[in-house]
Design a protein around this ligand. Structure first.
Ligand code: COA
Length: 702
C-alpha cells in the first residue's frame, strides 16, 4: 500500500497518510502528499482537500531516522510541499487526531484550516531535539497565537491539547466525527472561497514591543541551563515580527542549519532514541505480552509511597495506599492532597482533575482486602527483615498472578524474593523522589524474575509516563552505584583545595540543576553519615572515605536545615562561608593532604569522568544492558543535562581516552580497586572503539 492513500468523498479529496508507527514525514510520505494535492487540484470533480492520518496519530513530524541521510534533503522537501499547499486554489483542511507535532503541525499550518478531535494534541517539540522548527513553525505560529504564546510554546516544546489550541487560534474547530466533519469544513471553505494562508495573516505580529523579547529572555533564560536552541528560537520569533515573511524564513533556515550541525542536536537525538531503546530487553521476546495492570497497592504512605501512588492515580490507574500505622496513613493522604492543591493553585491541574486523581487513591489499613490488585509496590524504609515480612504478607494477600515490586534503592532483590512463593514475579521498581515528578523508573531484575514480569513493568513504566530502564541486581543498581563517585569525589577535591563554590559552579554551568555540595546541604548531612558508616564496612583496603560530612555534623553544620553546611544560608540564599573553608582546611591538614588550586576543566573531569568509568564497569558486569540505558537513568533520575546526551554519550564525545586518563589518576590517588579504570574502557581506548563495540568485546570475555 502507498504511504498516502487518495480517495474522493463528497467532492473532497481525502489524503490519508499511512506510514506506521507515527506517520513521520519521510521522503515517501512527502512525495505521496505532493502527488495527492496535485491530483486533487487537477481533478475538476474535487472542490477541496482533507489531509488526515491513519492509525493513532496525524503526523509526528520529520522522520528523525532520516536525519543526516540523502532522503532528508531530497525533493519534495517539506518546504516545497508547504509552498504547494499554500498555493492551492482549493482549500486544504488538516484533520488532526492523536498528535500533530513538529513538521506535522508545520504542514498543518500551511493548510487553510485545521480541525481536531478533542483528545488531539499539537506542538512544536523540536527544542527537545536541540533544534528549532525549521519549516516555518517559528514564523507561522506567532501569526496565529501572538508572540507571547508562541515564545512559551516553542521554547518548551510542550504538547498543547486541542481545546487549548482552539482557544489559542492554532486549531479552527473542535470536531467529533473527524473525517466527516473535516470534509464538511472543507466544503464550507470551498463554498466561501479559499481563505488566505497563515503566512499572510500579519495582524498578531505587527507592532510588537521589543521589550517582550528582552523580558522573555531574562525570565526564561535561567531554565535553559546551557541549551542553545531556546535562545535561537526567541531570535527567530523576534525576526518574524520585524522582517518580511521570506526574510524571517531565510533566517529561520540559517539558524535551523546551524543547530542541525550542533553537538547538542546529536546528543538530544541520541537521547530520544535511547529512551525508546531502553524499553526493549534483548532476552524478553517482543511477543511476550505484558500483564494488564488495573489496580495497584502501594505499601508505605511516606513521601515515597505517596509519590508512587500519585504516579498511578495521575495515569488513571486506581491505587490502594496501605499503611498499618493509621496516623501515618492520614498524614500521607494529607500530603498527597496538599501536593494536588499546590498543582491546582499553580493552574497545572483543574479542580475536576484533582478530584478525579485524589479519588483514585484509596487509603487502606491492612492486608485483608488486596484480592483485586494486579501489582504491589513496597515503599517502606530500607530494612531487609521488614521488607521480607511485607513480601511474605503480600504473597498471601494478593492474587497469584500479581507482580510484587520493591522500591528498594540498594537491597538484594533475590533476598527479598526469597520470602515469597513467586520469585518469578518479584522485581525492583525503584522510583526517584519526588516520585510523582521524577521520570526515572529503574526496574531491577532478580535472578528468577520472569520475562513476563519484566515486560509488564517496562510497559507499565511507559503507561504512567516514566522512563523505564532495566538494571541488574547489585548494590546501588545503575544510578546510585555511580552517584557515590560523583559526590565523594567532590569531597576529595575539597580536601585538596577546591572550594564548594568553584565545584558547584562548574557542575551548574555544565547543566546540573544544583552542584553536588549545595545538593548535600539540601539533602542534609546526617543521612550521608549513616550511608557512609555502612559503606565503610565493605570499603576495599586501598581506599579511604573522606570524612568531611562527619566533621560538618560534629560542628553542627548539618546543611540547609541548620542554615550552615558547605555554605551558610540566609533563608534559601546560599552564601560562601569562610568557616566552612576553615573546617575543610583543618580536615585536610589532619589527613596530611596538601592543598592546591584546581582549574575548572580539572574539576569538570573529576566530577563526571568517574561516572563514565563506573558506567563501563556496569556494562562489563551486565548490570546495565547498554551504555544508552545509563544515559536514560542519569538524565531522568539525577538531572544529568539531557543536551549532553547523558554521561556515557558525553564521555564518548569528549573522548574515552580522556576518561581513561582521569580514571588512572584517580585510581592512583583514591585506590585502584574502585577508582581505577574499567577493563572495558581500557580495551575500547586501546582499540579505538566506542560503546557500540562493547557487547562484542564483553561477550568475548574482554
Ligand atoms: N521520526 C522517526 N521515528 C519516530 C518519530 C519520528 N519523528 N517519532 C517516533 N518515532 C518512532 C519511535 O522511535 C518509536 O520507534 P520504535 O517503536 O522502533 O522504538 C515509534 O516511532 C513509536 O514512538 P514512541 O515515542 O514509542 O510512541 P508514543 O506513542 O509514546 O509517542 C510521539 C508518539 C509521536 C508522541 C513520540 O514518538 C514523539 O514525541 N515523537 C517525536 C516527535 C517530534 O519530536 N517531532 C519533531 C521532529 S523534528
Amino acid at each position: 500500500m502507498s504511504t498516502v492513500d487518495y480517495a474522493v468523498q463528497s467532492s473532497v479529496a481525502v489524503l490519508t497518510v499511512a506510514y506506521p508507527p507515527v506517520n513521520a514525514l519521510s521522503l515517501a510520505v512527502r512525495a505521496g502528499l505532493g502527488e495527492g494535492v496535485a491530483r486533487a487540484i487537477a481533478d475538476p470533480a474535487v472542490k477541496a482537500i482533507v489531509v488526515i492520518g491513519s492509525g493513532t496519530i496525524f503526523i509526528a513530524g520529520a522522520d528523525i531516522s532520516e536525519f543526516g541521510t540523502p532522503n532528508s534533503a531530497a525533493e519534495p522537501r517539506l518546504q516545497t510541499l508547504q509552498a504547494q499547499f499554500e498555493a492551492s486554489p482549493k482549500p486544504i483542511v488538516a484533520a488532526i487526531h492523536g498528535t500533530a507535532l513538529g513538521g506535522g503541525l508545520e504542514l498543518a499550518l500551511t493548510c487553510h484550516a485545521r480541525v481536531a478531535v478533542q483528545s488531539a494534541k499539537v506542538g512544536l517539540p523540536e527544542v527537545k531535539l536541540g533544534l528549532l522548527p525549521g519549516a516555518g513553525g517559528t514564523i507561522r505560529l506567532p501569526r496565529l497565537t501572538g508572540v507571547v504564546v508562541a515564545l512559551e510554546a516553542i521554547t518548551t516544546g510542550r504538547h498543547i491539547g486541542a481545546v487549548e489550541a482552539n482557544k489559542l487560534g492554532i486549531v479552527d474547530a473542535i470536531v467529533f466525527d473527524l473525517k466527516a466533519d473535516a470534509i464538511g469544513y472543507a466544503l464550507k471553505l470551498a463554498a466561501e472561497g479559499t481563505p488566505p494562508p497563515v503566512r499572510d495573516r500579519n495582524d498578531k505580529i505587527t507592532g510588537v514591543d521589543p521589550k517582550v523579547f528582552a523580558d522573555f529572555r531574562a525570565r526564561a533564560g535561567k531554565k535553559w541551563r546551557g541549551q542553545i536552541a531556546p535562545a535561537r528560537i526567541v531570535d527567530v520569533i523576534e525576526a518574524a515580527t520585524t522582517r518580511s515573511f521570506d526574510d524571517a524564513k531565510a533566517f529561520e533556515n540559517e539558524q535551523f542549519k546551524a543547530l542541525m550541525e550542533s553537538d547538542q542536536r546529536k546528543a538530544l537525538i541520541h537521547y530520544f532514541f535511547a529512551e525508546r531503546e531502553a524499553r526493549k530487553i534483548p532476552d524478553v521476546p517482543a511477543d511476550i505480552k505484558p500483564l494488564p495492570i488495573r489496580k495497584v497497592v502501594v505499601i508505605g504512605s511516606g513521601l515515597m509511597g505517596g509519590g508512587i501512588a500519585m504516579s498511578f492515580a495521575n495515569a488513571g490507574i486506581p491505587v490502594k495506599l496501605l499503611d498499618i500505622d493509621a496516623e501515618a496513613l492520614a498524614r500521607g493522604m494529607g500530603v498527597i492532597r496538599k501536593t494536588y492543591e499546590t498543582s491546582l493553585s499553580r493552574g497545572s491541574i483543574t479542580q475536576a482533575q484533582l478530584d478525579e486523581r485524589f479519588g483514585r487513591i484509596e487509603p487502606v489499613g491492612g492486608y485483608d482486602d488486596l484480592g483485586d490488585v494486579d501489582m504491589a509496590i513496597e515503599a517502606v524504609f530500607e530494612d531487609m527483615a521488614l521488607k521480607q515480612k511485607i513480601f511474605a504478607l503480600l504473597d498471601k494477600a494478593t492474587p497469584p498472578h500479581a507482580i510484587l515490586g520493591t522500591n528498594t534503592s540498594s537491597l538484594d532483590i533475590d533476598q527479598i524474593a526469597s520470602a515469597t512463593t513467586r520469585p518469578d514475579k518479584v522485581i525492583g521498581a525503584h522510583f526517584f523522589s519526588p516520585a510523582n515528578v521524577m521520570k526515572l523508573l529503574e526496574a531491577v531484575r532478580g535472578s528468577k524474575t520472569s520475562a513476563e514480569t519484566i515486560a509488564t513493568v517496562m510497559a507499565l513504566g511507559k503507561q504512567i509516563g516514566k522512563a523505564p530502564v532495566l538494571a541488574g541486581n547489585c548494590d546501588g543498581f545503575i544510578g546510585n552505584r555511580m552517584l557515590q563517585y560523583y559526590t565523594v569525589n567532590a569531597e576529595y577535591m575539597l580536601e585538596r583545595g577546591a572550594t564548594p563554590e568553584q565545584i558547584d559552579r562548574v557542575a551548574e554551568q555544565f547543566g546540573m540543576a544544583m552542584g553536588p555540595l549545595a545538593m548535600r546541604d539540601l539533602a542534609g548531612m546526617a543521612q550521608a553519615v549513616n550511608v557512609r558508616a555502612v559503606r565503610k564496612l565493605t570499603l576495599p583496603a586501598d581506599e579511604r572515605m573522606p570524612e568531611l560530612v562527619e566533621r560538618m555534623v560534629e560542628a553542627g553544620r548539618i546543611g540547609q536545615k541548620s542554615s550552615a553546611g558547605f555554605y551558610r544560608y540566609d533563608g534559601r540564599e546560599r552564601l560562601p562561608d569562610p568557616a566552612a573553608l576553615d573546617l575543610i582546611r583543618a580536615e585536610a591538614q589532619r589527613q596530611g593532604i596538601e592543598q592546591r588550586s584546581f582549574t575548572d576543566e580539572e574539576i569538570l573531569a573529576r566530577l563526571f569522568h568517574p561516572l563514565v568509568n563506573e558506567g563501563a564497569k556496569e556494562l562489563e558486569e551486565g548490570i546495565a544492558i547498554r551504555a544508552s540505558d545509563i544515559d536514560v537513568a542519569w538524565v531522568n533520575g539525577y538531572g544529568f543535562p539531557v543536551h549532553t546526551g547523558g554521561p556515557m554519550f558525553w564521555g564518548e564525545q569528549i573522548g574515552l581516552d580522556k576518561v581513561l586518563a582521569t580514571a588512572r589518576t584517580l585510581g592512583a590517588e583514591n585506590g585502584q580497586t574502585r577508582w581505577g579504570p574499567s577493563r572495558l574502557l581500557e580495551r575500547l581506548v586501546a582499540e579505538g572503539k566506542g560503546w557500540k563495540d562493547a557487547p562484542a568485546l564483553i561477550a568475548a570475555g574482554l
